[in-house]
Design a protein around this ligand. Structure first.
Ligand code: HEC
Length: 446
């Protein structure tokens, strides 16, 4: 709300200030960008912070051929036909699909703004949606200079490259993982520290052991998103509801954005937030609801009348445990299907690398056993979990002695030494990096 007020205020200032004639044409150009999120809000007002991030990430982007990750301030959020900022970030790819970061044969990815690696069709705000923003899509939205031409306009002049990668982010009905994208700070840290290949990760873990490298800590501006899309037809979403989704067309099919997980390095162990479509439980198979936290801020009014008003905040997470020592939890019905009794931060704390490529006891399975020892979808039962995390965590009747939010130091140790190095909560590194087939750049050998 404050954002709207401030925005209204600056527009008032703009229109009453006398402008030099050279800028006369800009007089009617609105700046539709919201204020940047305030870092300290991550701890002080987590729900507000989550919504501020939502506004920033889902703002229309300028075409990625011009610049990746830049908001098009000449367009309002939810402008029909627009594509979001996060979709102009780099696609992490998935196992078997190289994406734009962890490339085949472990080669170094090109610079941030390079767009030579194909990334398919992006999502768009549905054009048919009757939205409030259409009301001001008149002359005040005329592109002012070529750098402000929106993705959609480029598409019209036949310049746009498709981005949406089907298979990456489409929810397949089995708790599938989604499309992951990295912002510039995250991507450049990976490049700077040679963390884009399996061998690079192994070398880094060894360099840590040898005292040549510090632990992996991403910079304060780092962010990642994970999006889960559904095939609207297959999930039996009634046709009249299709326009309530941010959607992507691909090969004659329409996909709707169901869930958006957002993480930012606004706090040392990351700020965790989950958004989803408001009707997510009413389509397709019956789903167990995710474990959510209350939205203490409420949807920003800037989203009213746009496709984004159909999305709700599933919750935020900022710590492993509550003030009483109970583990905090957060999950989404679609993405964490089958293991909703889970914790983003706990599971992600088990993302590790090691000098010899071995896996630690700390694995997703361990993180899940410690919260939910019965997950048939993942072949986990109390007996198996006793083997993974040890008998001492169980009472006689297979109940956990205590659910654990915080990871255990022993998960990361070997011979009493820290051996399994965390990738700072990011799973895309150990999961997606590929084997190196040629020698790495000299700067990557320590
Ligand atoms: C049981 C373990 C587990 C839980 C619980 C979990 N994740 Fe993940 N997450 C993963 C794995 C594994 C990946 C990597 C696979 C991928 O990128 O698709 C991942 C990927 C991600 C990514 C992409 C960035 C990256 O490199 O890790 C984001 C963002 C993310 N998860 C957010 C969340 C949020 C928010 C929650 C809680 C609502 C959550 N995750 C819960 C295991 C988990």
């Amino acid at each position: 709300m404050r954002n709207i007020f401030v925005q209204g205020f600056c527009c008032l200032l703009l229109s009453t200030t006398t402008m030099p004639t050279a800028f006369a044409a800009d007089k009617t150009a609105h700046n539709y960008c919201q204020l940047a999120p305030v870092r300290s809000d991550a701890l002080d007002f987590p729900s507000k912070h989550a919504w501020d991030l939502f506004l920033m990430l889902n703002h229309p982007a300028v075409d990625r051929e011009i610049e990746r990750g830049r908001a098009d301030c000449a367009r309002p959020i939810g402008d029909p036909g627009s594509t979001t900022v996060w979709e102009s970030w780099r696609n992490a790819g998935k196992i078997g699909v190289q994406g734009e970061v962890f490339l085949k044969d472990g080669v170094e990815p090109p610079d941030w703004n390079d767009t030579t690696i194909p990334d398919e069709k992006p999502g768009q705000v549905p054009k048919e949606a009757i939205t409030r923003v259409q009301a001001f899509s008149g002359s005040d939205r005329q592109p002012i200079d070529p750098r402000q031409i929106s993705f959609h306009d480029w598409a019209l002049i036949d310049k746009a490259k498709p981005q949406f990668s089907p298979g990456d982010g489409i929810f397949e009905g089995g708790g599938a993982f989604g499309e992951t994208r990295l912002n510039r700070e995250t991507f450049e840290f990976i490049k700077r520290n040679c963390l884009w290949s399996k061998d690079g990760l192994r070398r880094y873990a060894q360099a840590y052991q040898d005292g040549k490298k510090p632990l992996i800590v991403f910079p304060p501006g780092a962010m990642e998103v994970k999006a889960a899309w559904i095939d609207l037809e297959r999930e039996k979403v009634p046709k009249e509801k299709w326009n309530t989704f941010y959607s992507a067309d691909y090969k004659g099919k329409k996909y709707g954005l169901m869930t958006l997980h957002v993480i930012t390095k606004d706090i040392p162990n990351w700020f965790w937030a989950s958004f989803h479509h408001k009707d997510q439980l009413s389509f397709g198979d019956k789903l167990e609801p995710g474990i959510e936290t209350p939205d203490e801020f409420g949807q920003p009014s800037a989203l009213k009348g746009t496709v984004w008003e159909n999305y709700v905040l599933g919750g935020t997470q900022i710590e492993f445990d509550s003030s009483t020592g109970a583990p905090t939890m957060l999950s989404d019905a679609h993405v964490e299907k089958g293991f909703v009794r889970s914790s983003c931060i706990t599971c992600h704390s088990t993302a590790v690398i090691s000098p010899d490529d071995t896996k630690s006891v700390a694995s997703q399975a361990a993180a899940m056993c410690i919260l939910t020892p019965t997950v048939p979808e993942f072949d986990l039962d109390p007996k198996g979990c006793r083997e993974i995390i040890g008998d001492k965590y169980f009472m006689k009747d297979d109940k956990l002695v205590a659910e654990r939010g915080a990871p255990l130091p022993e998960w990361y140790m070997k011979n009493d030494k820290l051996f399994f190095i965390q990738t700072d909560f990011l799973y895309s590194l150990p999961q997606r990096a590929q084997k190196e087939m040629n020698s790495p750049p000299k700067r990557c050998v320590w």
